[in-house]
Unconditional design. Structure first.
Length: 368
């Protein structure tokens, strides 16, 4: 009886680690498969399964979750710019994923997740908050293009809306407990303003999942992030320029430097670029420089964005996406993100954009 009891417990434990993803694509690409990918603690994506869609345009992925919980991506057809859907699995889930299957000309696509599980529930709520904010930003960008004089009003509305959005997210986080969605939620919190919230999440997850690789990585990243606080010396970045040779951040000492983390595929970054260009034009002759660090993977897309948006300052990239050495050094997990450095290379401020950046620089250069 004792042996049977152990066997039953073992079988129950295995069952708790099982998952099933039932995937449907609205659009198919003939001859192409749908892939399941695992995202490790370094952000590296590894294909773990694949399937050819049925006549009903469906596939099913079954397996056991890694690490008692992990982040997975459903990669539709593995094209150069595929639609990918994030799914957080901890074991015991059966989740329905329905997606367009392909991106439109603007790189956008839609999907739905169905499953009565905390990770699904809170993912959808976080995405709804984010989409609401993105909708407002698009509206403001259109307004400012029609009437640039509205910039001050729009910046005030943006700041208020961003604070409200962050407050909604912070209300959800305690409800997430030690589920991995709490780790994903940190991407929606501005680190420069919400360090206490991030530390709370880290402590909670580390206590519940002390050996989980992604939790351990997050805790380590947070400790390093505290090393790029205001007043600290800026870590070195030395990456390739569009022309080929590397350009070290430290080579710009003697100027006030804005490190601008962005990417061609980042909608908010591209919408912010006109404001950055205007700021650069106003202060470039007063000892101000911008050091743009791209998180692109596609060199051509990076170069085309620089040309199209008329970004005439310094640019570097190692084309390693979120694994970029620059992003790792500054613990950047969302973009756009900025760090303003003084002439000696110390961090003066983080997260400055739009009117807030202009106001800071106006004060900095008021007697120059």
């Amino acid at each position: 009886m004792k042996l049977l009891g152990y066997l039953l417990l073992f079988a129950t434990a295995l069952q708790a680690q099982n998952f099933e993803l039932r995937v449907q694509a609205k659009t198919l690409i003939p001859g192409k498969k749908i892939y399941l990918e695992y995202v490790n603690e370094q952000g590296k994506v590894v294909k773990v399964d694949s399937a050819t869609p049925s006549a009903e345009q469906k596939v099913s992925f079954k397996g056991q979750v890694k690490d008692q919980g992990a982040f997975y991506l459903v990669n539709f057809f593995d094209t150069p710019k595929p639609q990918k859907v994030l799914v957080i699995l901890e074991g015991g889930e059966t989740i329905d994923v329905e997606a367009d299957g392909v991106n439109d000309e603007e790189g956008k696509s839609n999907f739905t997740l169905k499953g009565d599980y905390p990770n699904v529930k809170f993912m959808l709520e976080l995405m709804a908050i984010s989409k609401e904010m993105e909708k407002k930003v698009r509206k403001w960008n259109q307004e400012i293009q029609v009437d640039p004089k509205q910039e001050k009003r729009i910046q005030a509305e943006f700041t208020q809306a961003q604070a409200a959005s962050t407050a909604k997210i912070k209300e959800l986080i305690p409800q997430m407990g030690s589920h991995l969605v709490a780790l994903w939620a940190t991407n929606f919190l501005p680190a420069e303003k919400e360090m206490a919230s991030l530390e709370d999440i880290a402590n909670r997850l580390a206590k519940a999942r002390p050996n989980h690789p992604q939790v351990k990585q997050f805790v380590a990243n947070l400790q390093r992030l505290q090393g790029v606080n205001e007043g600290a010396m800026a870590p070195e970045i030395n990456l390739a320029t569009p022309e080929g040779p590397n350009l070290a951040l430290s080579s710009l000492r003697g100027k006030y430097v804005l490190i601008d983390f962005w990417a061609s595929w980042c909608g908010p970054c591209r919408r912010e670029n006109p404001n950055v260009a205007k700021t650069y034009a106003a202060y470039k002759d007063k000892g101000f420089e911008i050091y743009g660090v791209s998180l692109d993977q596609d060199r051509e897309a990076w170069l085309k964005a620089i040309e199209k948006d008329q970004l005439v300052w310094k640019h570097v990239s190692d084309l390693k996406y979120w694994s970029s050495a620059g992003a790792q050094a500054y613990q950047v997990n969302s973009i756009p993100q900025t760090f303003l450095l003084d002439k000696e290379g110390r961090i003066l401020a983080k997260g400055l954009r739009g009117a807030a950046l202009d106001q800071y620089l106006a004060q900095l250069f008021k007697d120059k």
